[in-house]
Structure formats: structure tokens, C-alpha cells
Design a protein around this ligand. Structure first.
Ligand SMILES: *[C@@H]1O[C@H](CO)[C@@H](O)[C@H](O)[C@H]1NC(C)=O
Ligand SMILES: *[C@@H]1O[C@H](CO)[C@@H](O)[C@H](O)[C@H]1NC(C)=O
Ligand SMILES: *[C@@H]1O[C@H](CO)[C@@H](O)[C@H](O)[C@H]1NC(C)=O
Ligand SMILES: *[C@@H]1O[C@H](CO)[C@@H](O)[C@H](O)[C@H]1NC(C)=O
Ligand SMILES: *[C@@H]1O[C@H](CO)[C@@H](O)[C@H](O)[C@H]1NC(C)=O
Ligand SMILES: *[C@@H]1O[C@H](CO)[C@@H](O)[C@H](O)[C@H]1NC(C)=O
Length: 407
């Protein structure tokens, strides 16, 4: 046993901690990174690269509890996309398990089903105008469940982007009973339930305003409890209209679906004026359930120092918006923070919420930004690393209290 006098000293001893991250790039790679912290100094290093999700990885879904990673290849120049699975080793390296061809253009996936029973992964196909589902068979193995194709009778107002349905994300609601899929082309948020075979069945969708172009969505339970009778809100980032909208969600009896009432709408810039060309991307509720964080692409609205300290040229950066979540589902604009580069297509927080990893698509860079958990304010970069190609997704290899099923 240690003499008790030594204990306070041990607690004060500088602690070094390491966590891993996964990054997808359209250049064909899934890269594992190691983020090490030493007395407030961070270093970010590449530890492993896989080409098994080639040629165009667009999305990663982490099954953190079981230690598996699913990767979608969008197949930008091929007829079909693909789904790949990996076993995650303790050091963050990946072992490829399986690969299969899918309908074209998968861009997002979410795991659904019984946490301890049968589960499946639902994929949103942007170019393929479809949702597909794959049974998860354990060990990272999967098998075909279902393809659900969609058609559009009439193109939407943004003709070049709304000529067909474009499924852009798949998420589960907080109860785990429904799958929701924003459709950028059809101006819908599609709603699905599922039965014991995990077959998806489409229910009445949320019809958003024509030309909104819904891309991604996130749920919020203000009292931290998820149930069909619990107060529930959903927020949608509209890529084409450059807005965020909030909806009060009501559960119909007997699994009959969801109904939505719009209760909030603003630019993703809050009360600031929105730059022309801004295209909102990812949306997440912070791990402490108090803030809503949104990526803004193509706005170039803040001038910041170069991430390369040897380069004195300043850069025009895209941004990340933070809103405080009110109990009644309305939002209060808190901050427009620089993303330190171009096209923050995707970002994620660590489980504590004091770091935000940003995937900068056009800058070919992953940047780790500090974040104040109390105020929600995003701060300076603590580390960054260049990765070849356009970055599409970045995840911390951590279990999130609210995020294990992608909620
Ligand atoms: C952290 O980095 C700074 C600047 O590089 C250095 O001066 C300091 O000694 C470092 N601290 C530790 C604990 O490594
Ligand atoms: C997985 O499938 C895609 C598309 O068919 C292919 O490009 C890729 O090389 C495959 N990967 C492996 C490891 O088989
Ligand atoms: C390949 O993609 C086409 C177009 O999306 C689709 O019709 C076909 O079913 C796909 N093949 C497979 C095996 O998913
Ligand atoms: C996964 O499938 C492979 C063959 O495709 C098989 O060898 C392996 O045992 C399976 N793993 C599990 C855990 O079922
Ligand atoms: C970026 O914004 C400009 C207008 O400022 C627009 O012309 C351009 O098409 C936008 N680019 C993308 C990729 O959205
Ligand atoms: C410095 O940064 C600017 C802006 O990102 C870039 O265009 C330029 O190539 C960089 N110069 C060097 C020497 O890396």
C-alpha cells in the first residue's frame, strides 16, 4: 500500500492521456489518429490507414460498445456504392471484416434495433434516392435486409439539387423506435418504423417548406429523458435555405408515427446576416444536452491565422454556430466561431464535450478546437493534421452518453 502522504502528489502528477479518432477521406482512406494530451499540450498523429473502404469514403458509423466501425463508400465515379465493416483494435487500428455493394451514393448510416438483440444499419443513399438496411450479424458481419427506392413527381424549386429525392442522413429518434431520413431533394424528413424482422416501414413524413433542402437533423429532450410522452424537439439544418428549424415532436399512439409542429426558425447565423452561398452541414446537441452546434460551409466569413505557424498568410475561414437550447425548444444564438478552414462538412465532440474535431473538406485538414463546457463557446485550435483528399467525416473513438445510436 502507498503511504497516504504520497496520494495528493500522485493526483497532481501531470497526467498524459490519449484518445483515438477515425477520419474518412474521398481520397479512399479511413485514417486512425491518436490525440495525446500532456499538461494542456496536444499532439495529433496518424497511426493507421486503411484502403478497404475505397474509392470514396463518405461516412463512418461507430458501434463503440462492441468495437466495430462501419464505413460507406459513396462511389463518386462508379454505378454503386459499398458498405465495409472493421473491427476496432485497442490501439485504434482497424481490421477489415466485410465489404458489399450497395445502391449508389450512400452518405450516412445509423444502427437501430434492440440494444441487446437483433440490430441493423440503415443507410441514406443520396444519388441512389433510396434507403437500404443491412442486418448486423455479430463480429462485424452483415447481410442484406432491404432496399427502399423513392421517386419524385415534380422537381423542387432548386432544380439542379431537387431533380430527384436525395436521402442525406439516417438517424434514430430518442426512443429508438423510429428512423428519420432528411431528403434534400424532396423537401421531406422521412419517418420509418420497424418490426421484429427490422424491416423498415415508411410512415407520414415531415413536409418542410419547398426549397429548404433538409440535410441533417438532431433530437433534443430538454429534461434528459426519452420516452413517447416526454417533451421532444427535433432540429433540421436546411442546406439550400441556410436555416435551422425546430419542431415539437408528438408520438402517435401504438407506434403510429410522429407529428411535427414548427416552433423555431432562423438563419444558422442566428441574428447575424447570412453570407451568400452558405450551406449548413452537420448538426449536433452537445453531450451535456445544453447547446446545439451547427457547421457552416462556403461562408468564408472570419479571418484567422494560418494553422501552419510558419505561414503568416491569414485565411478566410468557414464557421461553426452555437445556440443555447431553451426548455421550450427555442434557440438562443451564442457564437459564430471560426472552423479554421474551408468546408466543415462534419464534426463531432468528444464524450466530455471540451473538444470538437472538425473535418475540413476543402482544406484537407482535421482540426481539434477547444470548447468551454460551461459557456458552450468554441475556442482556439489545440491540434491539427493534414490528410490527403476531401475530408468527409471525423469521429472520436468514444462512447457518447446520448450518442451511441446516433441520437
Ligand atoms: C507545452 O508546450 C509549450 C510550447 O511548446 C512548452 O513551452 C511547454 O514546456 C510544454 N509543456 C509541457 C508540459 O510539455
Ligand atoms: C469494397 O467494394 C468497393 C466497391 O465494389 C471496392 O471499390 C473496394 O475495393 C472493396 N474493398 C474491398 C476490401 O474489397
Ligand atoms: C447498383 O446501383 C444501382 C443504382 O443505384 C441499383 O439499381 C442496383 O440495385 C445496385 N446494385 C446493388 C447490388 O445494390
Ligand atoms: C463473419 O463471417 C466470416 C465469413 O464471412 C466468418 O469466417 C466469421 O466467423 C464470421 N464472424 C462471426 C463473429 O460470425
Ligand atoms: C459558394 O458560394 C458562392 C456565392 O458566394 C456560390 O457562387 C458558390 O456556388 C458556392 N459554392 C458551393 C460549392 O456551394
Ligand atoms: C500559406 O497559406 C496560404 C493560405 O492557406 C497558402 O495559399 C500558401 O500556399 C501557404 N504558403 C506556404 C509556403 O505554405
Amino acid at each position: 500500500m502507498l503511504p497516504s502522504l504520497l496520494l495528493p502528489l500522485l493526483l497532481l502528477t501531470p497526467a498524459s492521456s490519449a484518445t483515438s479518432l477515425f477520419v474518412a477521406s474521398y481520397a479512399g482512406t479511413v485514417t486512425s489518429l491518436s490525440l495525446t494530451e500532456n499538461n494542456g499540450n496536444y499532439s495529433l498523429d496518424q497511426t493507421f490507414v486503411s484502403n478497404d473502404c475505397a474509392p470514396n469514403p463518405s461516412w463512418l458509423t461507430l458501434d463503440a460498445n462492441r468495437g466495430f466501425l462501419f464505413c460507406l463508400n459513396e462511389g463518386l465515379e462508379t454505378v454503386n456504392g459499398s458498405l465495409s465493416s472493421f473491427k476496432v483494435n485497442n490501439d485504434g487500428s482497424l481490421v477489415h471484416v466485410q465489404n458489399t455493394t450497395t445502391i449508389s451514393g450512400p452518405v450516412s448510416g445509423v444502427i437501430y434495433g434492440a440494444p441487446a438483440g437483433g440490430r441493423a444499419i440503415a443507410l441514406a443513399h443520396y444519388t441512389g434516392s433510396a434507403v437500404s438496411s443491412w442486418h448486423l450479424n455479430g463480429g462485424g458481419n452483415f447481410s442484406f435486409n432491404q432496399n427502399i427506392p423513392f421517386t419524385l413527381d415534380q422537381p423542387g424549386p432548386a432544380a439542379e439539387r431537387q431533380e430527384a429525392p436525395h436521402e442525406h442522413e439516417a438517424i434514430v429518434d430518442p426512443t429508438g423506435r423510429y428512423i428519420l431520413v432528411p431528403d434534400l431533394g424532396a423537401d421531406l424528413v422521412r419517418v420509418f418504423s420497424y418490426d421484429h424482422t427490422l424491416k423498415l416501414q415508411e410512415l407520414d413524413p415531415l413536409r418542410v417548406e419547398a426549397g429548404d433542402g433538409p440535410r441533417h437533423a438532431a433530437f433534443y429532450n430538454p429534461y434528459g429523458v426519452a420516452c413517447e410522452g416526454c417533451t421532444t424537439f427535433m432540429y433540421v439544418t436546411n442546406e439550400l435555405a441556410s436555416t435551422v428549424k425546430g419542431y415539437a415532436v408528438t408520438y402517435e399512439a401504438n407506434g403510429g408515427g410522429l407529428s411535427f409542429e414548427e416552433i423555431y426558425k432562423s438563419s444558422t447565423y442566428g441574428y447575424l446576416s447570412t453570407p451568400k452561398g452558405n450551406a449548413p452541414s452537420e448538426i449536433h446537441v452537445s453531450p451535456d444536452n445544453r447547446f446545439l452546434i451547427i457547421g457552416n460551409r462556403n461562408d468564408s466569413s472570419i479571418t484567422v491565422p494560418n494553422l501552419d505557424p510558419a505561414n503568416s498568410t491569414q485565411i478566410q475561414s468557414d464557421t461553426i454556430s452555437t445556440f443555447a437550447l431553451n426548455e421550450d425548444g427555442t434557440l438562443k444564438f451564442v457564437q459564430l466561431a471560426p472552423a479554421y478552414g474551408s468546408f466543415p462538412r462534419h464534426f463531432s465532440t468528444n464524450a466530455i464535450g471540451n473538444l470538437v474535431a472538425v473535418g475540413l473538406q476543402e482544406s484537407s485538414e482535421v482540426v481539434i478546437l477547444s470548447r468551454d463546457i460551461t459557456t458552450g463557446l468554441i475556442g482556439e485550435p489545440v491540434a491539427s493534421i493534414g490528410i490527403e483528399g476531401q475530408i468527409t467525416c471525423v469521429l472520436f473513438n468514444e462512447e457518447h452518453a446520448l450518442g451511441s445510436l446516433g441520437v
